[in-house]
Design a protein around this ligand. Structure first.
Ligand code: NAD
Length: 361
């Protein structure tokens, strides 16, 4: 087998979309050896942990993984598995392309955006102090002494660290990505006028690197609230969006909405050593286990994986097959107005992959 890939089906609709994606990637016939491992509630039930060490080991060993979404229990003290995975493997860059797909009716049919999101810092760094805890009391006292800040006694506290080193690598990554993928413009989103020492530092670092490594790429910086407004009106005016962690999470979902919904948007989490591919959507408990989930986001995440492991022709084949099935419009998921099941869509795309006669262009 040419490529070892760890497959984590995940929770909710994860196993359904993972099975469809596996079918399609197998049809691309590049010799993938699948190492299947659990994470999320299924792992909690069988192995007592949301992210078992053997799953992390498998990713470290294969270096490349594709995962379905994982349910994070809310307000129970569980730390998000996704956040832990991104930090544990130092997957510092999230790449989330949102392009208009054929046959999907949308308001702005020429949208072709990529969100590049910093993945390890910011409010998602996981530095949190629970309301009423000893840690929160200590931090409040420290903040009072250091800066005279009065944090209410009943406040929970989440810390927002943004570093020069963390920002430099994501900004360089964004410019390299833009150049390698024929993109014309990088837009950075921030709120530096309010968060001067975190967003301010992100902005200043991005400005400096743009000046030194921009290489003819257009560069602009826009406040995040204004950027959100402009995205709603003129999404086709944007190209690569470079964002700190929290804004990147939120605007990825906005971009998914712009091109037809969460079921269509793939994603990659990339670090120096490892890469984990996953759809932008979550585990969708409202439709899980009923064959209603659209597998296209997971399948397109698989195409990103193929490109990453040096199989660009196979990646192009999968993307072409997705477009082709959507263009024909015969097999459609309920979120696109059809009645096909998750696996029927996967099978149709797999058949199109096998029938591909175009060869790499
Ligand atoms: P969600 O993305 O699961 O669902 C939002 C809406 O989009 C729902 O109506 C759902 O039915 C729909 N949807 C999502 N994916 C779809 C698909 N492939 N096809 C058709 N419709 C689809 O977001 P949520 O409800 O906020 O989160 C549910 C759970 O997923 C939470 O526990 C959350 O923490 C988790 N989550 C995990 C990840 C991840 O593992 N990467 C990402 C986001 C959310």
């Amino acid at each position: 087998m040419a490529h070892r890939v760890t497959l984590i089906p995940g929770d909710g609709i994860g196993p359904e979309v993972a099975a469809a994606a596996r079918l399609v990637l197998d049809a691309a016939d590049v010799g993938i050896e699948w190492i299947e491992r659990a994470a999320g509630s299924s792992a909690l039930e069988t192995q007592g942990e949301l992210m078992p060490e053997e799953t992390l080991e498998a990713i470290r060993d294969s270096r490349v993984a594709i995962k379905g979404p994982i349910t994070t229990p809310v307000g129970t003290g569980f730390r998000s598995v996704n956040v832990a995975l991104r930090q544990g493997l130092d997957l510092f860059a999230a790449v989330r392309p949102a392009r208009a797909l054929p046959g999907v009716p949308i308001r702005h049919p020429s949208v072709d955006l990529v969100v590049i999101r910093e993945n390890t810092e910011d409010l998602y760094a996981g530095i949190e102090f629970e309301r009423g805890s000893e840690g929160a009391a200590g931090l409040r006292a420290e903040l009072k002494e250091l800066g005279g800040y009065d944090v209410p006694e009943d406040a929970g506290i989440t810390v927002k660290p943004i570093s020069v080193s963390g920002t430099q690598r994501i900004v360089r990554f964004a410019f390299e990505y833009a150049k390698a993928n024929g993109r014309a413009k990088v837009t950075v989103g921030h709120k530096a006028n309010v968060m001067r020492y975190s967003d301010g530092l992100f902005l200043q670092t991005a400005d400096e690197i743009a000046a030194e490594a921009g290489d003819g790429l257009e560069y602009e910086a826009i406040q995040i609230d204004h950027l959100s407004n402009r995205l709603a009106h003129d999404p086709d005016k944007f190209d690569v969006l470079l964002l700190p962690n929290l804004y990147g999470d939120i605007l990825s979902d906005v971009c998914a909405g712009l091109v037809g919904g969460l079921g269509l948007i793939p994603g990659a989490n990339i670090g120096w050593e490892y890469a984990v591919f996953e759809p932008v959507h979550g585990s969708a408990p409202d439709i899980a286990g009923r064959g209603l989930a659209n597998p296209i986001a997971m399948i397109l995440s698989g195409a990103m994986l193929l490109r990453h492991v040096g199989e660009p022709a196979a990646a192009e084949n999968v993307e072409w097959a997705v477009d082709e099935v959507l263009r024909r419009g015969e097999v459609r998921k309920p979120d696109l107005g059809g009645t096909a099941t998750t696996m029927e869509v996967g099978q149709e795309i797999a058949v199109a992959v096998s029938a591909w006669e175009h060869g790499p262009s």
